[in-house]
Design a protein around this ligand. Structure first.
Ligand SMILES: *Cc1c(COP(=O)(O)O)cnc(C)c1O
Length: 307
């Protein structure tokens, strides 16, 4: 199904901020979560030109890396299935091998035909070393390598396509940040008068230097003030916010990335961070497949679920 690579128009929704007792601002959300049920949001953008490159090279296999609940693993598995690539996932954590059935992300990827190779956390840290890649080639044969999180130059080229005409008149562009690849594309595509504001999903704002590898533009800033303690961490306040946002806007957010970004945007709006009367353009990068896995954790902790 080659049409996975064809761009389709993605809606931009305006959020009625009066529902959140906020006035004097406008907030728009680019619904990248609607791109595809499984190859969602920024993972589609990051894969697009890489999949084309793999096809051109007549590579039959995609190999990539990820953790237990990785949106990237789910997206690569689904894209491979639709486009006729074999897929191999190098998964962090040997203990997961016996727990595939209990893990919704891995179960999904497996059902798409992904072959797993589980490695220890220690070995996983070497994943970018040439020696390690060579070993994988000996083991699995030729493959097209997609880095963890999918960030490379072709991924950033794809992410530059996220901003459409509506974003052109926005004052601020907001995006969740993991590796920083998506944000790098947005910074490249932004105009100089705009600020691109990244909400780190993990502790630290080290992604700035990753972004600087791809662009010399400096109209961006990253904050980790809304990472809720770290990657994949969550508390009752975030769950409540995600559920409240869904109730008021009918837009579902994911707990790892977009929920934290939107919580941060609302907080910054209330604190007067943005210039008065300004227009904010937020990117819903998708990631909804991660909700099932997070709900398992919430259930164990007796916390309310995301619904
Ligand atoms: C992977 C992911 C991100 C982070 O993207 P980077 O390019 O790694 O910064 C943000 N949002 C969602 C939903 C993701 O799955």
């Amino acid at each position: 199904m080659e049409n996975l690579l064809l761009a389709k128009p993605i809606p931009v929704t305006e959020i009625d901020l009066s529902l959140f007792s906020i006035t004097r601002y406008r907030l728009f959300v680019k619904r990248e979560d609607l791109i595809h049920p499984f190859v969602s949001g920024n993972k589609f953008r990051k894969l697009k030109y890489n999949l084309q490159a793999a096809q051109k090279l007549s590579c039959e296999t995609l190999l990539t890396f990820g953790g237990a609940f990785s949106n990237h693993i789910a997206a690569v598995a689904a894209a491979g299935k639709e486009m006729g690539f074999k897929t191999i996932g190098i998964i962090r954590g040997e203990e997961l091998e016996s727990k595939i059935a209990k893990n919704p992300t891995l179960t999904f990827a497996k059902d798409c035909g992904m072959q797993f190779h589980f490695i220890s956390r220690q070995a996983y840290r070497l994943k970018e070393e040439n020696e390690f890649i060579e070993e994988l080639k000996n083991q699995f044969g030729d493959f097209y390598l997609l880095p963890e999180g999918g960030t490379n130059a072709l991924a950033i080229k794809g992410c530059e396509e996220i901003l459409g005409e509506v974003a052109f008149s926005a004052d601020s562009i907001c995006v969740p940040v993991g590796t920083g690849g998506t944000m790098a594309g947005l910074v490249k595509a932004s105009n100089d008068g705009q600020q691109v504001l990244g909400f780190s999903a993990l502790k630290g704002i080290f992604q700035s230097s990753e972004i600087a590898k791809y662009t010399s533009k400096a109209n961006f800033k990253i904050t980790d003030s809304y990472c809720f303690g770290g990657y994949g961490k969550i508390d009752i306040e975030l769950v409540r916010f995600i559920n409240e946002f869904k109730e008021k806007t009918n837009i579902l957010l994911d707990p790892v990335y977009t929920g934290k970004m939107m919580y941060g945007i609302m907080d910054l709006l209330k604190k007067g961070y943005f210039k008065e009367n300004s227009c904010i353009f937020a990117v819903h990068t998708g990631g909804l497949q991660g909700i099932a896995g997070m709900n398992q954790k919430l259930k164990k902790k007796n916390l309310p679920l995301i619904e």
